[in-house]
Design a binder for this molecule. Structure first.
Ligand SMILES: *Cc1c(COP(=O)(O)O)cnc(C)c1O
Length: 352
């Protein structure tokens, strides 16, 4: 549920995941974990990324599980446990991602260091795959064998590994041999595909729709321009609609004169530049679309484009699009068609 639950709102997503059987949550930063604690979430939370010395105390004090990769990091956590509560840590092994983690050869020494402090518990040992979305890649196999060697080395000297985990969404969907004791499912939790060029596996549907309402309808005369720079000019008389969403909300400016939205089942094209707060669309002449009509900006790919479709068009991933949805966009949470909570700039409000 890192990055505000991939833009969906981490508190409500965390609650839904826990209610559905998840036994633990994972975030990228200490702040993200503390935010969940402040919302009353008591289940284990792992911080997967590097932790600054200054935030280590707050992290341990908030009962977050920390990732460690060096003796220095273990020492920092140890120092905190001398004046604060005991800590649970996960040993992260770099088996080939070359991002965060300790070299496999150093894993035993690091685990010894942790085991030498009775106030520290190894809650887990994990690694992260670099090429999980390519089932034909030999890289994942190589990383798994490196990981298995580390596990055997730790067991050979009776050092505990805790929970073993490796798989992101792609590996979880790809093969059970990467599942170990737990999986760290991110993007698939939201009904989005790790690789936007592939279809969704059966049973998965996007959880989020981005919606708005038409806030002005007007008519362009032939030749008149729209929005900053007049990059679009009407070929003839054309009705246009104003949609109060822009790049300040996370609707990419790169969709200027390229994007499409859905109104009353019609696919309507973006006309001219996407602004910070507003975007203009062209309205087909045969429609009677008017102010107040619902707009689906991003949907399931049937009438409104899906995040995956937009991502492919822009050469990016749904990950980047959903995590860019701004805080000022209110999130309405529906259960069986009824709004049960709203999170907006004033906070999370629940109705049940
Ligand atoms: C983000 C992340 C995940 C989840 O990845 P998805 O592709 O969204 O499933 C898993 N593990 C780590 C270490 C991550 O940073």
């Amino acid at each position: 549920v890192k990055a505000n639950g991939y833009g969906h709102g981490s508190v409500m997503v965390a609650r839904a995941a826990l209610a559905a059987g998840a036994h633990q949550l994972a975030v990228a930063t200490v702040d993200e974990g503390i935010y969940l604690r402040a919302a009353g979430i008591r289940e284990p939370i792992l911080v997967m990324g590097p932790i600054g010395d200054a935030e280590c105390f707050a992290a341990v004090n908030s009962d977050l599980e920390l990732t460690v990769t060096t003796v220095e990091e273990v020492n920092t956590v140890s120092a905190v446990t001398r004046v604060g509560p005991n800590a649970r840590v996960h040993l992260k092994i770099d088996t080939g991602m070359r991002r965060y983690g300790c070299d496999p050869e150093q894993a035993v020494a690091l685990a010894r260091e942790i085991a030498s402090n009775p106030r520290l518990t190894v809650a887990g040992t994990f690694t992260h795959l670099a090429c999980a979305d390519d089932p034909d890649s030999a890289v994942s196999e190589h990383q798994a064998s490196q990981f298995n060697r580390v596990i055997e080395a730790l067991r050979a000297v009776n050092l505990s590994t805790g929970l073993l985990h490796m798989a992101n969404s792609a590996a979880t969907l790809g093969s059970a041999r990467y599942h170990y004791d737990a999986v760290r499912v991110g993007i698939a939790l939201y009904g989005l595909q790790p690789d936007p060029t592939k279809g969704l596996p059966a049973g998965l549907a996007p959880a989020l729709e981005l919606r708005s309402k038409v806030s002005r309808v007007s008519t362009l005369s032939k030749g008149s321009g729209v929005s900053y720079g007049w990059t679009y000019r009407a070929m003839g008389e054309e009705r246009i609609g104003l949609i109060p969403i822009g790049y300040g909300d996370g609707y990419p400016r790169a969709l200027s004169s390229r994007g499409v939205m859905s109104i009353l089942g019609y696919r309507v094209p973006v006309r001219g530049r996407v602004c910070m707060d507003q975007t203009v669309v062209g309205l087909p002449s045969e429609t009677n679309i008017s102010v107040g009509d619902d707009v689906v900006i991003v949907g399931d790919g049937n009438t409104a484009p899906s995040f995956d479709e937009i991502a492919v068009g822009l050469g990016t991933l749904s990950y980047e699009l959903v995590t860019s949805i701004a805080k000022r966009v209110p999130r309405d949470y529906l259960r069986k068609g009824t709004i049960v909570a709203v999170e907006d700039l004033s906070g999370l409000h629940e109705f049940d």
